[in-house]
Design a protein around this ligand. Sequence first.
Ligand code: G4P
Length: 529
Amino acid sequence: MSSSPDTVAREVARRRTFAIISHPDAGKSTMTEALALHARMISEAGAIHGKAGRKSTVSDWMEMEKARGISVSSTALQFNYEGNVINLVDTPGHADFSEDTYRVLTAVDAAVMLIDAAKGLEPQTLKLFQVCRHRGVPVITVINKWDRPGRSPLELIDEISERIGLTPTPLFFPVGIAGDFRGVLDRRTGEYVRFTRTAGGATIAPEEFLDAEHAAQREGSDWEAAVEESDLLSEMGQDHDEELFLAGETSPMIFASAALNFGVRQLLEALVELAPPPTGREGIDHHEREVTDPFSAVVFKVQAGMDSSHRDRLAYMRIVSGEFERGMVVTHAQTGKPFTTKYAQAVFGRDRSTVDTAYPGDVVGLVNAMALAPGDTLYTDELVQYPPIPSFAPEHFAVLRAESAGKYKQFRKAMDQLDSEGVVQVLRNEVRGDASPVLAAVGPMQFEVVTARMKTEFGVETSVQNLPYGLARRTDAESADELGRQRGVEVFTRTDGAILALVSDKWRLQYIEKEHPKLTLEPLVAAAD
Ligand code: G4P
């Protein structure tokens, strides 16, 4: 029996679904762990990652991840915090997988931008922030590692305003410079929250609350400096404004040390109080599905071979509306076929648990959902289909070949699977034939994922040969012949039917556009544009 719309509405109101975006090493794993500690999912920091080889314990589904110390897998962590249900959807750490990150960001309602206090805005943070802006995802900013020497708060605030046009509105102001983190001034109440270190930062840091007078006595000029700088921000209008935050113009800011568990409770409170709960979505027919309407969900990530003990394929869906009950039969909008959700799981790292019931905002992994691809819709009741997730403009191109001709059948099968998962884009043309498809990627590490998985999952040794093309343009059947005759150009059909012209470089493209102004050469939508 399905729950009433009232139950669904109540569940939605207490849910928050977010992702952390950051440059590698800013402290995403440490912060994830600190959040889990505060939600009392674990009793001591270190339980998820462990000091020894921390990254490899989270997801070591591929040797490559281990070797490079990066996470390619996408997982979701759900925890309860003071009656609320928080979903933290993990994003891959490396820029080469920004397309995957983009897909994850289609599944969240808010993002936490984690910045290293000493480094400020870094390239990957910038890129991911652009994606959030593009999708209208509100952003909470966390300045991490405040326990280590770094820049001044106002300098960091200025950098963010100037370089990305997002106005930080600190909710708390640090007392003590970076490297001497004593506590924070709560800018809304004027109170001082004083933190106490715990041994090795392994447990929740105790907090002491002092009024302004006692804070001044205790911290002297450090307190006065915090108050002055906070007042300066108020004069400049940099106080939290919910409407501007939700509109993506301002960003509530928190100073933290994930390693010491300072500022982590403040982040959780901000998520609960300020971040938006899940909302309905518009289908391609422009009809909005409300959260309390019958079940619907969007697949945002498909992933296989997560670790050697589970050689299967998981499709992650974000629930958009209604209640999900394991075992329910849903319709796959893209094929119109029914789909039984018998094996539904929550996945975090290596841990999997069965999900029986889930609500809008939740992420559920469907096991061996072979037909599902990123962007697909599942629904019950009235038909709904959500807009597809746009693919990134690829910038790297390579031919993939099986080393041994005898493995051709396996090679084909593997190629189809990796293609449908969205690991790379697959391009074909008649001249090259099926035995040597061309792979198109945003970052070259995607090719490594293909060859590694070809070998470990399908037993096919492959080689990659880079092609001398640097950009792709969308064209049409009318222009294809003429384009094919140009030097430095090759025309392909992508699996989704799009006709793409690969061009050696932008100068070549400019020349062709000038000489043949009638040819269709449209830029592909780059999500970060
Ligand atoms: P990532 O997932 O964003 O890549 O970063 P991760 O959490 O792995 O953190 C990168 C490094 O920064 C780790 O150090 C981690 O301990 C450290 N770190 C994270 N947050 C803080 C913080 O608030 N304060 C300080 N001082 N350090 C922080 P490491 O040397 O690579 O690993 P480990 O030896 O500490 O395990």
